[in-house]
Design a protein around this ligand. Structure first.
Ligand code: ADP
Ligand code: MG
Length: 252
């Protein structure tokens, strides 16, 4: 297992408020690593510090063997970061936006290839504002790949999407990882974390309170004597929804 991101004793204070309280973890090359936790836990702060977009208070971070304090510019070239979709020029077409980002990264991009990867070839000449929620998310994931990064960071990429679009995004993320890209993702959907993530860190109030594979965490809880109060059925309401409405995307 090669470590691609190493975080040691990371602290972030906003004035007197301690948002991240000395966390340490490693992310391995080629894994999908989940950062989970209630709102305000410090997930986005942690990601943005690793992405070189926010200053840390203290701690040591290396990304792809590069020291964040000394080689932030070199790190930027190795990572793909999902921008806030509100930052896109709504009146530009998808091809125009990809060319624009390609220019910013000084990368020769093939818009058709990139759009194919995220299943948006049909929308190449559409404006960003004309896309559905799921399509916007897929497009924003495509933009993380423009500089052919080793690692991509996805902060709540499926929040607000319908179950079909969420499943579609899981497939996309798995495909990206299958090509060798390491993925760090945050989500509030536990089924998503269980489906996608090799390992997860659970954060609460600025600390990591557990770090393991989802499977191991569940087994540990069960072997501690935990039992669900409600009788477990062999399907849940989401299964019903998908069974009734199908897996097909609706917004194409
Ligand atoms: P999460 O992504 O887990 O929801 P955040 O990293 O966004 O959490 O925020 C962690 C804590 O830090 C929250 O209490 C939030 O209000 C606070 N916080 C985030 N950004 C700032 C900021 N720029 N100034 C002050 N406090 C902030
Ligand atoms: Mg957040």
């Amino acid at each position: 297992m090669n470590t691609i991101i190493s975080v040691k004793d990371l602290v972030k204070n906003y004035g007197a408020f301690h948002a991240v309280k000395g966390i340490s973890f490693d992310v391995y090359e080629g894994e999908i690593f989940g950062l989970l936790g209630p709102n305000g836990a410090g997930k986005s702060t942690t990601l943005e510090i690793i992405e070189t977009l926010r200053q840390k208070t203290s701690g040591q971070i290396t990304v792809c063997g590069l020291d964040l304090d000394k080689e932030a510019d070199a790190i930027k070239k190795q990572i793909g970061v999902q921008l806030q979709t509100s930052g896109y020029y709504p009146g530009l077409t998808l091809v125009e936006l990809i060319n624009l980002f390609g220019g910013l990264y000084n990368e020769d991009v093939n818009p058709t290839e990139l759009l194919q990867l995220v299943n948006l070839t049909d929308k190449a000449k559409n404006k960003f504002k004309e896309l559905s929620g799921g399509q916007k998310q897929r497009f924003s994931i495509a933009t993380t790949l423009i500089n052919k990064p080793k690692i991509i960071f996805l902060d709540e990429p499926t929040t607000g999407l319908d179950p079909q679009a969420r499943r579609n995004l899981w497939e996309l993320i798995k495909n990206i990882r299958a090509k060798g890209t390491t993925v760090i993702i945050t989500t509030h959907y536990m089924d998503e974390a269980e489906q996608l993530c090799d390992r997860i860190a659970i954060m609460d109030e600025g600390k990591i309170i557990s770090l393991d594979s989802p499977d191991k965490m569940i087994d540990d809880l069960v072997s501690s004597g935990f039992e669900r109060t409600k009788q477990v059925k062999s399907a849940n309401l989401e299964d019903v929804f998908i069974h009734l409405t199908g897996k097909e995307m609706r917004d194409e």
